[in-house]
Design a protein around this ligand. Structure first.
Ligand SMILES: Cc1cc2nc3c(=O)[nH]c(=O)nc-3n(C[C@H](O)[C@H](O)[C@H](O)COP(=O)(O)OP(=O)(O)OC[C@H]3O[C@@H](n4cnc5c(N)ncnc54)[C@H](O)[C@@H]3O)c2cc1C
Length: 507
């Protein structure tokens, strides 16, 4: 059959959430995925019996009844998906040259610890966290916006949000604090959007910290379990899913979407198409600028995409707990000046002092089959520029030349050496080492410039500066990182919202 109610382009978690929403409403949905596997950034990979996650290390809002939990529940997934809460005393460690602090499941404890460590800034900390809570409350209310009354109740708070919308996080922190070490400590979670305080939108940083302020969770079975559960539920609900089916073109008739055409020339018809691909790829390549008005074309051309990454995936028989590691993530910052740490990457160079993230999924989920009995997986991530890798983007995946391998291995090696601070002997004891680059993100998830969080979360690219779920074309909707924001939770939200909107348009 080539006629569907809804076609979803791409099977990242946003696309899967959109498709499942549509399928559960009894509508005919087709998911077309370009790659060999479904899942986008939640598609794991295996090497010698070690399973590695790519884009899920932790999520917030998974306590029973909380927002992401409710969304998975509404999608019918919670009978099959289980999440394990990570160390409530501190699931994130922000490690600086001579200071370390953990964020756990209580924002009040974080506030208290900072007050103990920075007594001279106690009054400012009290003011800052009071404002943090007000903003968090307003943002949550705004997201709910169920009825006219709750929207009206919010009106007095909106000017404050609107004013803050244009602020970087640094501008907000500078209003309160003097000590650069304290400002760095409060900026530790910025790695979750790949931005230092001088660039990150203040509202997004508050949103990220708030997202994790009631605890962090890891899916039992890793991203593989999440991906497989979605796919099984889609099939059970009658959805059609096709891999290795890159969409080349969104078909239009008199400005209205009528379906899609794949690179192999198959045409599928539907009155509604939801794109989980980037807005850039969707509008520039699949729709074509000639089919759009000037304003959206300008917006696509202006868009700045987030940073890329080099990841090192290690399978080891070392016991990370013997070195003091637990299920907490480590964010290693070798300087308090986070803007200077990131700056080389923004200029197209590697970080001079390497900031990185370290996670041990086998400690987060000890009973799953991430590794052979008694062994562990360790995942390291550092930020890396597209520009340094761009010249190999035309070469075939897994067949890139020796120069590319040399560069990738050099950065990977630096990362392994830096991680020895936490796991001495990591490289020597490794049974498996796999290294990815921004080109890997580009090749396997088709993200612009190998970006890992979609459009950058800078002040002019949040709220109305992003795309939302509505596109400039009749019959085309968006979901995924460019719609509301990067990260699992915003992508699930945009997916379910796009799915619900598609159903409405079919009526
Ligand atoms: C290293 C890393 C670590 C991360 N860690 C976390 C974390 O711990 N917690 C968290 O919340 N978030 C994390 N993220 C972010 C999170 O994984 C992503 O924001 C999210 O998974 C993106 O989902 P998406 O819906 O935008 O789709 P994507 O995962 O970007 O997938 C898009 C899909 O569309 C497909 N596609 C594109 N073009 C076409 C086409 N023309 N035809 C058909 N298919 C197409 C792609 O192949 C891909 O499968 C991390 C990301 C990375 C890279």
């Amino acid at each position: 059959m080539s006629k569907y109610d809804v076609i979803v382009i791409g099977s990242g978690i946003g696309g899967l959430s959109a498709a499942l929403t549509v399928a559960r409403a009894g509508k005919n949905v087709l998911v077309l995925e370009a790659e060999r596997q479904f899942g986008g950034f939640i598609n794991p990979f295996a090497r010698k019996k070690f399973w590695f996650d790519t884009g899920i290390h932790y999520v917030g809002e998974m306590g029973e009844g909380r927002s992401l939990y409710r969304q998975f529940e509404n999608l019918g997934l919670m009978d099959d998906l289980k999440f394990r809460e990570l160390n409530p005393q501190g699931f994130d460690r922000y490690v600086f040259p001579d200071y370390e602090i953990r964020l756990g499941n209580s924002i009040d404890n974080f506030h208290h610890q900072l007050s103990v460590d920075f007594p001279s800034e106690q009054v400012s900390l009290n003011k800052f966290f009071r404002r943090f809570k007000e903003i968090d409350r307003s943002l949550r209310e705004l997201q709910r916006k169920k009825d006219l009354w709750s929207t009206l109740c919010l009106l007095p708070k909106i000017p404050q949000l609107l004013r803050l919308k244009g602020y970087t996080y640094k501008q907000l922190l500078d209003q309160y604090f003097v000590d650069p070490r304290l400002k760095a400590a409060l900026s530790g979670p910025g790695g979750d959007i790949g931005l230092p305080p001088g660039r990150a939108a203040a509202l997004v940083m508050i949103g990220v910290i708030a997202h994790f302020s009631r605890g962090a969770y890891y899916p039992i079975g890793g991203s593989k379990k999440v991906r497989d559960t979605y796919v099984a539920h889609l099939e059970r609900n009658g959805a059609s899913l096709k891999r290795r089916s890159p969409v080349e073109r969104i078909c239009l008739s008199q400005g209205k979407v009528t379906g899609v055409e794949t690179t192999s020339g198959e045409i599928y018809h539907a009155p509604v198409v939801i794109s989980n691909a980037s807005a850039l790829h969707t509008l520039r390549d699949m729709v074509g600028y000639s089919n759009l008005r000037k304003k959206p074309v300008d917006k696509v051309k202006r868009a700045r995409y987030s940073i890329g990454s080099v990841c090192v995936f290690v399978g080891t028989s070392q016991q990370p707990s013997e070195f003091g590691l637990d299920d907490a993530n480590v964010w290693n910052y070798p300087s308090y000046d986070l803007d200077s740490l990131y700056q080389p990457v923004f200029e197209g160079r590697q970080m001079e002092k390497m900031a990185f993230f370290l996670s041990v999924p086998t400690l987060k989920d000890p009973n799953a089959n991430h590794a052979p009995q008694g062994k562990h997986t360790v995942e390291l991530i550092t930020f890396a520029p597209w520009k340094a890798f761009e010249s190999w983007s035309g070469q075939q995946v897994l067949k890139r030349d020796a120069e590319y391998m040399k560069l990738k291995n050099q950065v990977g090696k630096r990362l392994l050496v830096a991680a020895e601070k936490y796991l001495p002997g990591l490289e020597a004891n490794a049974e498996v080492i796999e290294i990815s680059s921004p080109l890997t993100n580009f090749s396997f998830a088709n993200t612009p410039k190998g970006s890992i969080y979609g459009m950058d979360h800078i002040p002019n690219q949040i709220g109305s500066g992003r795309w939302g779920i509505r596109s400039p074309l009749d019959g085309l909707l968006f979901c995924g990182a460019d719609a509301l924001g990067g990260g699992i939770a915003p992508c699930v939200t945009s997916g379910t919202a796009a799915g619900a909107e598609a159903i409405k348009r079919l009526k």
